[in-house]
Ligand binder design. Structure first.
Ligand SMILES: [Zn+2]
Length: 239
C-alpha cells in the first residue's frame, strides 16, 4: 500500500515538474522575442511581439478607383496620370521603409482595410494638378482626437520632405478635401494619419517622374522621423 502511494506521489511530482519546465520555456521564448503568431495569424512570429509598433499603411492615391489628375499634351494625348506617379512613389517608399525594419501595406484609395485601421501611421500619397506650379503640401484630420500626435507627424513631413526633394511648401492651397479626407474618417481615430500632395504634375514633373526616388526618400524619411519621435516619447514615459 505504502509503496503504491509513494509511486503515485512521484508520478504526480514528475507531471508538475514537466508543466513547470514547459511554462518556463514559453516565458523564455517570449522574452527572447520569438513569440508566436497573433490570433488572426496575419503576422509571422516576432513581428507583432516586438515592443515598438512599426506597421505603416500607405495609400497609393486613386489606386483602384480612378486616374486622379490627367495631363495631356497639346494634341490631347494623355502623357501622365496622377495615379501612376503615386503608385511608383508608394512602391519605392515602401521598399525604403521595409529596409528600415517597418512592415508596410500599400492600400487602394478606398481599400476595405481602411475601415477601423490600426497602424503606427497611415500616409496617403497624392500629387497636384498639371498646372505649371511647384510645391508640396500636407494635411491631417481637422477633427482628429489626437491633434498633438498628428501635429508631430505634420512637423516631420514639413521638415523631411523638402529636405529630400528641394520642393518649397505650397500651403495656401490646402483644401477641405485634404483636412476632411475620406480615409481619416474610416480608420481607427487613434491611428496617426496624414495626406501629402507630393508636388505638381505640371511644374514638378521632372522630380515626380525622373527623380521619383527622391520623393520616395522624402516620404520614408518623414515617416521614420515620426516613428522615431514616438518611440522616444514612449521610452521617456516608461522611464
Ligand atoms: Zn489625388
Amino acid at each position: 500500500m505504502r509503496q503504491d502511494a509513494l509511486k503515485r506521489a512521484s508520478q504526480l511530482f514528475l507531471i508538475v515538474l514537466l508543466i513547470c519546465i514547459a511554462g518556463m520555456a514559453l516565458i523564455l521564448a517570449q522574452a527572447l522575442g520569438l513569440g508566436w503568431p497573433d490570433a488572426a495569424g496575419l503576422h509571422p512570429p516576432g513581428i507583432v511581439a516586438v515592443a515598438w509598433n512599426r506597421e505603416v499603411a500607405l495609400i497609393s492615391g486613386h489606386a483602384g478607383h480612378d486616374s486622379g489628375a490627367v495631363c495631356e499634351d497639346a494634341a490631347g494625348v494623355v502623357t501622365l496620370t496622377e495615379a501612376e506617379v503615386n503608385a511608383k512613389i508608394a512602391g519605392l517608399a515602401a521598399e525604403r521603409l521595409r529596409r528600415a525594419g517597418a512592415s508596410v501595406a500599400i492600400l487602394d484609395e478606398y481599400d476595405a482595410r481602411l475601415q477601423g485601421l490600426r497602424a503606427a501611421v497611415l500616409f496617403s500619397l497624392h500629387a497636384d494638378s498639371c498646372i505649371d506650379a511647384s510645391g508640396f503640401k500636407a494635411a491631417v484630420h481637422r477633427y482628429s482626437v489626437i491633434p498633438e500626435t498628428n501635429q508631430r507627424l505634420l512637423d516631420c513631413i514639413n521638415t523631411a520632405y523638402p529636405a529630400a526633394t528641394g520642393l518649397p511648401p505650397h500651403p495656401n492651397t490646402v483644401t477641405h478635401n485634404m483636412t476632411e479626407y475620406h480615409a481619416f474618417r474610416r480608420i481607427a481615430p487613434t491611428t496617426p494619419a496624414a495626406i501629402l500632395e507630393m508636388g505638381f504634375l505640371g511644374g514638378d514633373r521632372t522630380l515626380l517622374t525622373e527623380h521619383a526616388a527622391l520623393a520616395a526618400k522624402g516620404v520614408s524619411d518623414a515617416i521614420l522621423c515620426f516613428l522615431e519621435s514616438e518611440k522616444e516619447r514612449a521610452n521617456e514615459r516608461s522611464r
